[in-house]
Design a protein around this ligand. Sequence first.
Ligand SMILES: *Cc1c(COP(=O)(O)O)cnc(C)c1O
Length: 391
Amino acid sequence: MANQTLSSAVMGTYNRFPVTLVKGKGSYVWDEEDTKYLDYSSGIATCNLGHVPNAVEEAMNQQLGDLWHCSNLFHIPSQEELAKQLTDNSCGDQVFFCNSGAEANEAAIKLARKYGQDVQQKEQSQIITFTNSFHGRTMATLSATGQEKIQQGFSPLTPGFDYLPFNDDEALNQLEELSPTAVMLELVQGEGGVIPANQQWVERLASICQNQDILLMVDEIQTGMGRTGTLFAYQQYGIEPDVISLAKGLGSGFPIGAIIAKQDVANVFSAGAHGSTFGGNPLATTAGLATVRELTETPVVTESKKIASYLWQELESLKEESTIIQDVRGMGLLLGVELNQPAIDIVHKARNEHQLLIIVAGPNVLRILPPLTTTFDEAKQFISVMKQLLT
Ligand SMILES: *Cc1c(COP(=O)(O)O)cnc(C)c1O
């Protein structure tokens, strides 16, 4: 029987803002009262092409009239084509499709364990992840996540994960002795506070992985799909991961996740080894395909770098004037502004007083996630709000 004392029939897993959004286009969203907001949260790094981007809308409208779902018992042309686009534009060779970020990392974890058994001949496979990381909310991915607050209350955790300190050079010396099957990391820790991995640390990690036959798995669920100024963040680090996890921006808001893997790794997923009913269905991969085409065949990602460097410069100079800003960091249009006060207060003020939507990454960090399609005028508007709130 329904609990009469609760005001919502939806479980209370989210702290929601007191706003109901009903429409979106480009960089803007509108609420029920028709108030217009500049959306620099992008559905948490998901609407990278802005809201309801024309190219994706058109492709989806066509697909909605043709076929929504047919299961992976049949060939799916848009799935094949999206996989081809993703492999043509990355160092990977084959793709597995699923429906979310956690599911993508689940697939990566299963793939690593199977590779450990089949190729490395290990009975038990350990996977190394890093402190402060975020890899998802399912049992395996919250166990992979290096944050106790995410794991609290859900023991027993899934075994098979060891955590090393992020960006810590000395910690890498332990890799040889730990002899893991795989290492999984975010190149910019998103939920953990917008913390980029150090270039030299990543290079050394990648070279240890290569020398010791450890799989290098990058969680690009937040950093991927153009967010950091290249299609994938790893491309700016000059490394070649064995496995790449994707979700968030892949479908412009339609739920879809994926892993891209190198051929020798992908090979261990033979028929029956893994699967998903919805994974890569015609509707989802139509959204993904239109999104990836837009990101790779138009200058949107290159153009976004200009906006990113403008925002970076402006935020850096705000930092000079401000007693509140402690640090400005990030990569491309995944920006973090660390404050010496609770970031959520600024988030509320930005929304209530300036109709600007931004979010937090941890208690003291503002997370700024403009659509890659944002204009200089919008970026200026954003900076003017930041100036009013932070100086
Ligand atoms: C959002 C996120 C996830 C989880 O994705 P879901 O779609 O919410 O399951 C995993 N890893 C990273 C880096 C993320 O940003």
